[in-house]
Design a protein around this ligand. Structure first.
Ligand code: SIN
Length: 276
């Protein structure tokens, strides 16, 4: 078994790991048509094992995009009130378009998507058709399993049962939900434990004295950013990144102004609140 928990060969699709910790590039697959049963079963296994999947040269339509998402669950909608990304002409798909006229970009901080929702999204599928001409606009991903695993046994015991408030108002303004979630959760499919703390939405940990809770939140948020837990994905036109919101965090790098980076994202609804 390798570091991603892989122990079985793939027969229908090709799965190439991107780093020892997180991410795999999937090839030998065409996302512009429905998947065969074995392709889909292997894709689901690759998703659970690798946390984020990347695809190249997939010129997908809105229908293709939604079909891929619906293999994993119903399409969800953004709970934020004020967002940089915008609805597209298809209500199931959000437009992620940023250029010289943008006043900011989405996801330019380490985060997991909308953890302020009582049931945060299961995952998101981001498709980019246009990328900046000289590179830039990469997305970084970290494994929250790796972040958890690297803690001491004493710290793991201490964190068990603690919760944190994920305040969506801090990110998306008034009217956005807030929700309390455990700091350590168990992934419903992999069975692995991971940290669930969102640097953009959490200011302290509950259940301990206030200053301790603030210091603890700061430590955990910083800890999750270690490069050793991460992988940096370089986009090409018509690439796709599909991440599991329950076990990885991501960061969109804002280094391409005034160039254009443009694509679409579909969000998949979560099934149950994060729990241990
Ligand atoms: C996001 O946080 O969903 C945006 C990621 C990106 O644009 O790379």
């Amino acid at each position: 078994m390798d570091g991603h928990g892989n122990n079985e060969a793939y027969r229908a699709i090709t799965v190439k790991r991107c780093s020892p910790t997180i991410g795999a590039e999937i090839s030998n697959i065409d996302l512009t048509r429905p998947l065969a049963d074995l392709e889909l079963a292997e894709l689901k296994r690759a998703f659970t094992e690798n946390m984020v999947l990347f695809f190249r040269d997939q010129k997908i339509s809105f229908e293709d995009h939604v079909r891929l998402a619906e293999y994993f669950g119903p399409v969800g909608s953004h709970v934020g009130k004020k967002t940089h990304s915008k609805p597209s002409e298809d209500s199931r798909v959000r437009r992620f378009h940023f250029d010289a006229n943008s006043d900011g970009i989405s996801g330019n901080a380490w985060h997991t998507d909308q953890s302020c929702a009582p049931i945060p999204p299961l995952g998101s599928i981001l498709y980019m058709h246009t990328i900046p001409p000289d590179g830039g606009g990469d997305t970084m991903f970290v494994s929250m399993y790796a972040a958890y695993d690297a803690l001491s046994a004493r710290m793991k015991t201490y964190l068990e049962g603690l919760t944190a408030l994920h305040d969506g108002v801090l990110i998306f303004g008034d009217g956005t939900p807030r929700a309390e979630h455990p700091v350590v959760i168990r992934h419903p499919e992999s069975g692995r434990k991971g940290l669930f703390i969102n640097g953009s939405a959490v200011r302290w940990i509950n259940g301990v004295p206030k200053q301790e809770g603030i210091g603890l939140a700061r430590f955990l948020i910083e800890h999750c950013r270690m490069p050793e837990f991460s992988y940096r994905f370089r986009w090409e036109p018509h690439s796709i990144a599909f991440w599991d919101n329950r076990c990885c965090h991501h960061y969109a790098i804002a280094d391409y102004f005034p160039h254009t980076r443009s694509g679409y994202r579909v969000q998949i609804e979560g099934v149950s609140p994060p729990s241990l």
